[in-house]
Design a protein around this ligand. Sequence first.
Ligand code: SF4
Length: 478
Amino acid sequence: MNERNRESMAPELQVHRPTIAKREANLLASPVREDLVGRFVGKRYLLRTYGCQMNEHDTEIMAGLLEQMGYQATGQEEEADLILFNTCAVRENAENKVFGEIGRVRPLKARNPELLLGICGCMPQEKAVQDKVQKTYPWVDLVFGTHNLHRLPELVESAIHSQETVMEVWDHSDLVIDELPKVRQEGVRAFVNIQYGCNKFCTYCIVPFTRGRERSRTIESIVKEVRELIENGYRDITLLGQNVNDYGLDLDTSFAQLLREVGKIDGVERIRFTTSNPWNFTDDLIEAIASTPSVCEHIHLPVQSGSNRILKAMNRGYTTAYYQQLIAKIRHAIPSIALTTDLIVGFPGETQEDFEATLDLVREVQYDTAYTFIYSPRQGTPAATMTDLVDPIIAKERLQRLMDVQNVISRDYNEKLIGSVVEVLVEGPSRTNPDVLQGRTRTNKLVHIKREEGMMRSLVMARIDAANTWTLKGSVLR
Ligand code: SF4
């Protein structure tokens, strides 16, 4: 299916649209208006983040803006003067959870009338959510979306002086704003946005409606940010976009070119990227991944279904034959590559035969890992109007069967690594056992090793001693 048809499937949303020249905004003199810098010393903020890595990254930016205003972070709701929910709209239950939270924190406002409550991220991009907040949650002070993060300082100022809910949601934007301040998470891993939005309009997906059209940052600004991260001790950098393969189409460059340029930076050790898609996965891109030493041997390549009939209904734009040819090309060029994917079961109209086709594809491709989901209708997406729904019990059974098939494959891969020696970048203490450190291989496998002094953030060689479906256990070689 060609691009033009896909675009025409996009319904219109009607909200505010400030006019700002495209790229000039890149160079906002100062992201925080001078008179707001440091004005809020002594005030505390709390940011709750839901959803994807893109939201985590937006949270780092909002924290950066608030700290330039003088706010300091707190983990305690009772101490906060500003609580912001950075929301996800991919699943209905994600939305219900946020509305539950907004209700739960209401009493805090009774105790501290100065407290500002706000929601941002993908949920406010939906008109239905804006109306619901105005009608049902009038104690929310601030509502803004994914396109005007940089406006946070002014919006906070307005909310402080307003009796009404300050709501500013841009329905779309062609802005690419670089150089916004960020408070990065401690550690060795960092995420760098290379592109915003998505032009693909998969029928089940809300992202093109909440994050707008694809627009790329310049290679220069990305290289500058990666270089700064390396200078600050980050060793594992993930390039982020909804559809990284199409990076640079609006700038007359390419994702392959970006990888090569980032790969030239002094001291660069590990480069990753997500999310890639089967479209526009050119031979040149495969060559760039294979020949750039710092680009890790892991590709996340969502397929979503093994049935061509369902792929068509999802508007995915490729067939399983095309997808498997691509996998074969990638494996030929990079034999040590680890492949992971996303899979949806229970999409409207999915028959038992369609589902069996998905199981067949998983058995044929042999992914290292697969992230599996039951279809969740999203209001405003074309798929939400489809009627031939799959019985939730059947969908659940299919999900379990799919996970059973994939878990055997994942375990086999991990068990084959027992006795081998792998390079592990130590990230920090394991979440489950403080005496254990966790790190990652270049193929993105999680490895647990015995905790020893001076090992944090270091690259070590480890022999794999044990494996399960999800993780490996290793001992460091001296
Ligand atoms: S490519 Fe990904 S982000 Fe874009 S519409 Fe499809 S599923 Fe959504």
